[in-house]
Design a protein around this ligand. Sequence first.
Ligand code: ADP
Ligand code: SF4
Ligand code: MG
Length: 356
Amino acid sequence: MAEAILQVSGLVKHYPLTQGILFKKQVGAVKAVDGVDFELARGETLGIVGESGCGKSTVAKMLVNLEKPTAGEIRYKGDDIGKLSGKALRSVRRNIQMVFQDPYTSLNPRMTVGDIIGEPYEIHPEVAPKGDRRQKVQELLDVVGLNPEYINRYPHQFSGGQRQRIGIARGLALRPEIIVADEPVSALDVSVQAQVINLMDRLQSEFELSYIFIAHDLSIVRHISDRVGVMYLGRIVETGKDAEIYDHATHPYTQALLSAVPVPDPEARERRERIILAGDVPSPTNIPSGCRFRTRCWKAQERCALEVPLLAVPAEFRDVSGPAAHDSACHFAEETVVVPAEETDADGNGNGNGPG
Ligand SMILES: Nc1ncnc2c1ncn2[C@@H]1O[C@H](COP(=O)(O)OP(=O)(O)O)[C@@H](O)[C@H]1O
Ligand code: SF4
Ligand SMILES: [Mg+2]
């Protein structure tokens, strides 16, 4: 693997739950993020996927310093950013930028596009001296495929897709190395989603960016991710290279998510397994013992309530070097063909032990 530009270990964010008005007493915690580890290599895209409420945005906010971790480390090029201050911290903040989910609410409606994109220069004037800013903003508009003459327009004069281009231009203004994109296309029409993803793909090569790309649906990150991490209730439960996750998932939760991915070919759609998860996602204030997925897992056994499965290559795959040998936090990890392989990848590696 190329040099790691970002290393996250043991990342935790617990929001205290308090009771009482005068004398606030902590009665519990919302365990939004509960021990997350991953690495991001330079130039790589890591997709983070999971249902709404599993802690994706909280991870994103900690990466860009909008939230302070309860515990854990975020290392940028080896430096623990929680221990940096002054100039060194400013430089890290400049290099990790965020693109937000909803382009309708994340752009200030009273500011012109020029002021929105140029706003980061107010905090980091060293990147663009005042006299150069207008030209820099116009260059950025051009880079994201918008007419540079629109610089004095307001957000409401743009479509959703165009607004997200503005959000991306702002994310690029400080020439960061890492972009954390929190569901950047979830609020957009399906027809526009691909355009924005293609734009991000192009910008990645043009500006040598590394991406954390967050989505609630595995199908969205498929074409842009080199690796994928699947989150459930504040933790990553399975992670691997693109093909390892999409074609050789071993964790029941990933398999359930895959079974919900749209399959364009009607014949393949017929043959695909549908896994319907029982029950709702448990509250992050009350995480199940042992495996946190066990209350919805069709394979759960007694051991699952007693022992926390670690995110590692499961024992049964440790001696084989195939695509199933990737990190999966399950005591009973096994491959199951959920989505039939496409003709180009008809290696039929599944064992047919689907859910009953
Ligand atoms: N400031 C906060 N205070 C209390 N709970 C929060 C706060 N922010 C998020 N949460 C809770 O943390 C969990 C994870 O939220 P979030 O990171 O937004 O998930 P996702 O982005 O995956 O939908 C949710 O249960 C959410 O309600
Ligand atoms: S450890 Fe048990 S409950 Fe958890 S995913 Fe695996 S089989 Fe299901
Ligand atoms: Mg979110």
